[in-house]
Design a protein around this ligand. Structure first.
Ligand code: AHM
Ligand code: MG
Length: 329
């Protein structure tokens, strides 16, 4: 029996994770602990973000591996998540948007790999607009009692054992899946707890909102330009926050589509396959939606590099299918 599906709104995240684990008689509790570690770091980062003071807002004056300006919170959140995963003990190796190389936690016995973007959309922090954390969890392929390997980290998205995001918005939310549907939890700051608020999220097959950076339209592939024209002819609404997690979350709940295709500025797209596209694609599919690079399924892609970019088209199934039609006309 799947206990978790029967759990009511208001169940604490901790209890939910515990009950989910009971559904797997041979589960060791390691993945459960890993999810708790992520939730702990999320609470700390939510606190840091809400401080909105000179220690947390503004640029760090350094660049990350992609040559992008690091915000103070990019650095702070990176440290928070790594520390929580290291101390929790269930993760041997981490891939982070903020670090060029693999991060080995020293937990060589641990069986999980995490790929994460600690703060996505961080250029929005200064103006008090929602940002997010995105994470993917894989089981290592290599033998335990050594650091995780590059091969452990370059697994196809289909191999994810869990994925999720934290949305730091008007409320902080943790939305995750272990491959049996998607559940969302809202953080109650005064109690310091995440509570189940969005059980078994199913995304509508069709929506009437699209999210993309339309300023780039002239350098989008022709199929995407034509799809955009179609959206306008259908009188869809344009909604672009410029924070992937926030745009994705809105579309997940209400129905809609987000796309960041290749463009002249970013020929291979902008989103990173390992810690942006794959985890959100996993969630989209678990909720009944779809994710492609315009044509091919994101989760089937074989990553070649840690920080590889990929065009992303994600959201309601019928809308993602429609893009493919325009791309292959
Ligand atoms: P980041 O990981 O450096 O924060 O970049 C990812 C962000 C997404 O959250 C957002 O959808 C996109 O970049 C916005 O890009 P643009 O300003 O080109 O529209
Ligand atoms: Mg990002």
């Amino acid at each position: 029996m799947n206990h978790a599906l029967a759990l009511p709104v208001g169940t604490t995240l901790d209890r939910f994770i515990h009950r989910k684990q009971e559904d797997f008689p041979y589960a060791t509790g390691e993945l459960s602990q890993l999810l708790r570690d992520i939730a702990l770091a999320a609470k700390i980062v939510a606190r840091d973000i809400s401080k909105f003071d000179q220690d947390t807002v503004g640029q760090m004056g350094t660049e990350n591996v992609q040559g992008e300006q690091q915000q103070k919170l990019d650095v702070i959140a990176n440290i928070r998540f790594i520390r929580a995963l290291r101390n929790g003990g269930e993760v041997c190796t981490i891939v982070s948007e903020e670090e060029e190389e693999l991060i080995h936690t020293g937990n060589q016995h641990a069986k999980y790999i995490v790929a994460m973007d600690p703060v996505d959309g961080s250029s929005n922090i200064d103006v008090n607009i929602p940002v997010g954390t995105i994470f993917a969890v894989y089981r290592r392929l290599s033998e335990a009692n050594a650091d995780g390997t590059l091969e452990d980290c370059l697994q196809q998205g289909t191999q994810q054992v869990a994925a999720g995001y934290i949305l730091y918005g008007a409320s902080t939310m943790l939305v995750y899946s272990t491959g049996r549907g998607v559940n969302g939890f809202t953080y109650e700051t005064s109690l310091g707890e995440f509570f189940l608020s969005h059980p078994d999220i199913k995304t509508p097959n069709m929506g009437s909102q699209y999210s993309c950076n339309e300023a780039n339209v002239s350098s989008f592939p022709l199929g995407i330009q034509n799809y955009l024209a179609y959206c306008k002819s259908e009188k869809y609404s344009s909604r672009y926050i410029g924070s992937l997690v926030a745009d994705f979350h809105r579309n997940l709940v209400k129905g809609g589509i987000y796309f960041y295709p290749g463009s002249t500025k970013n020929p291979g797209g902008k989103m990173r396959l390992l810690y942006e596209c794959n985890p959100l694609a996993f969630l989209a599919e678990q909720a009944g939606g779809k994710a492609t690079d315009g044509i091919e399924r994101i989760l089937d892609k074989q990553p070649k590099e840690l920080h590889e970019r990929c065009p992303l088209v994600i959201g309601s199934a019928d809308m993602v299918d429609k893009v493919k039609k325009y791309m292959t006309l």
